[in-house]
Design a protein around this ligand. Structure first.
Ligand SMILES: Cc1cc2nc3c(=O)[nH]c(=O)nc-3n(C[C@H](O)[C@H](O)[C@H](O)COP(=O)(O)OP(=O)(O)OC[C@H]3O[C@@H](n4cnc5c(N)ncnc54)[C@H](O)[C@@H]3O)c2cc1C
Length: 455
């Protein structure tokens, strides 16, 4: 089956929802596609959940308003539970393939978001070790508390809402270990002061953490996890670290879940398969470069592709919303409210830049690895195998490493390990960009691949 729309938006998080709304309000017929069952993306994954505990979200009302506006708009066709597994250009048309046929358009907005960034350490593959995003998603999306004694660790502002939500909604104890020093924001105070809502947001979380007796320590990280006889998590090693993540001292902390987050990685898989121009940020992540109208650089000007939200650089939901609005309007050929939107984007983008400076992830984590530490969890490649492939087989770039060891070749398609592999190999920008290109974006069945009439 083929479906044609004036504008197609992929991703129904804050950026994609706003892009669809603005493009439709400007008169376009829009298809909004998301692999999830519900609208809202990662941040607003609760929308549509009956009896959702609204205290889990400080901007529940704005999320609901936007989702309702999108649902009520007759120009928007919502296609949930629909993954784009491949995309290409055919006769100047953009073709997006799903298990139920293809979408065809000449104006595409990509808002595919980001995924959790985690770094490897001994035992990070033990059941009970998960990303902070996973713990948050279980709670917000399904009302499930991941464990009883929970350690939240890593770096970045995302640790605060995760620890606050877990401690409020039934965890017996929560401890929070932030790798960055407490005064890291001092160098970016001027940016923080321009965003009072962020200050109030953080103060709210600190108050919740204090009320729930959450122990919080800075300059600290989880550097190893340990299993009990049945193979489940029983404790983690928490280390005091210096500013390069070198371990200074260690102690063991009992827990049944550890939720780790070192920020996010832009999901550029779909964008890369359409050969959009990508760049490497100062933290080593790869993002899609856009112009003032969120237009990405394509190989041909006969079709237009816009990118909005986290895949243009991680910046949070406020930035994603405004970028989505700009992209939606530009895709519809409208320049309504452009000045105001550009001003809003500048302010949010400055905050995103400050986040990068305040929460760096230095290379010292490589010192936490042991020879038997897993590097690629899907293909069970350990550090020794990885080192040997480099030293003996001469694998010095990510693609050769994948061919020699299979790391990055598994079910997650490198989403979890590839950024760490780039860092371990000290990959060049070119290697990082090339390593993000994969012709098949999500795993599919042979039946889906063999669909009749697939373009
Ligand atoms: C697991 C996780 C939890 C998070 N929780 C929070 C939080 O609690 N608080 C907070 O401030 N920030 C949170 N964030 C950060 C948050 O993602 C952003 O601030 C915000 O949601 C970005 O909006 P977005 O529209 O760019 O992307 P997202 O909200 O990530 O939306 C992207 C959407 O694109 C869809 N998609 C991607 N690829 C495809 C494809 N090939 N086919 C079809 N659909 C596709 C995804 O299903 C997703 O719904 C979280 C991030 C992650 C990864």
């Amino acid at each position: 089956m083929e479906r044609r729309h004036q504008v197609v938006v992929v991703g129904a998080g804050p950026a994609g929802l706003n892009a669809a709304k603005y493009a439709a309000n400007a008169g376009c017929d829009v298809a909004l596609i998301d692999s999830g069952k519900r609208l809202g993306g990662q941040y607003w994954r609760h929308t549509g959940v009956q009896d959702f505990d609204q205290s889990l979200h400080d901007d529940f009302d704005s999320a609901s308003l936007l989702v309702d506006a999108v649902r009520a708009n007759p120009r928007i066709t919502i296609c949930s539970d629909t993954s784009i597994w491949s995309a290409s250009i055919l006769d100047e048309q953009i073709i997006l393939r799903t298990k139920n046929g293809a979408f065809i358009t000449q104006r595409l907005v990509l808002a595919t978001g980001a995924y959790d960034r985690t770094i490897p350490f001994p035992g990070w593959d033990i059941p009970g070790v998960m990303t902070a995003g996973a713990a948050q998603s279980l709670l917000k999306g399904s009302g499930v508390i991941a464990g009883k004694k929970i350690v939240v660790a890593g770096t970045g502002p995302f640790l605060l809402p995760v620890a606050a939500a877990l401690s409020t909604h039934g965890a017996e104890s929560v401890e929070l270990y932030e790798a960055t020093p407490w005064n890291a924001w001092l160098s970016q105070l001027h940016i923080l002061l321009q965003n009072p809502s962020k200050i109030f947001g953080a103060l709210g979380y600190f108050k919740t953490l204090r009320n729930n007796k959450v122990k919080m320590q800075y300059h600290s990280a989880v550097v190893a996890a340990h299993a009990d006889d049945s193979g489940l998590l029983k404790s983690v090693t928490v280390a005091k670290i210096d500013s390069n993540y070198k371990v200074l001292s260690e102690r063991e902390v009992p827990c049944d879940v550890v939720a780790i987050s070192y920020g996010f990685t832009p999901d550029i898989a779909l964008a890369a398969s359409l050969s959009l121009k990508a760049k490497v940020a100062s933290d080593g992540s790869t993002f899609i470069e856009v112009d003032a109208e969120q237009r990405a650089t394509t190989l041909d000007a006969k079709y237009q592709i816009f990118a909005a939200g986290e895949l243009t650089g991680v910046g949070g939901s406020d930035l994603a919303l405004v970028e989505g609005a700009i992209a939606g309007l530009a895709a519809a050929g409208s320049s309504q409210n452009k000045k105001t939107l550009l001003k809003l984007r500048r302010r949010s983008a400055r905050f995103a830049q400050a986040l990068l400076k305040v929460y760096p992830v230095p290379n010292g984590w490589k010192g936490w690895l042991k020879n038997d530490t897993t590097i690629c969890r899907c293909e069970e490649v350990d550090y020794q195998e990885f080192l040997e492939a480099g030293q003996v087989l001469g694998a010095s770039d990510a693609r050769t490493m994948k061919l020699m060891t299979r790391c990055g070749m598994g079910m997650c398609q490198g989403r979890i390990c590839s950024r760490n592999i780039f860092d371990l190999l000290q990959s060049s920008e070119e290697d990082r960009i090339r390593g993000s290109q994969r012709p098949i974006i999500t795993p599919i069945t042979l039946g889906e691949l063999a669909q009749e009439g697939l373009l």
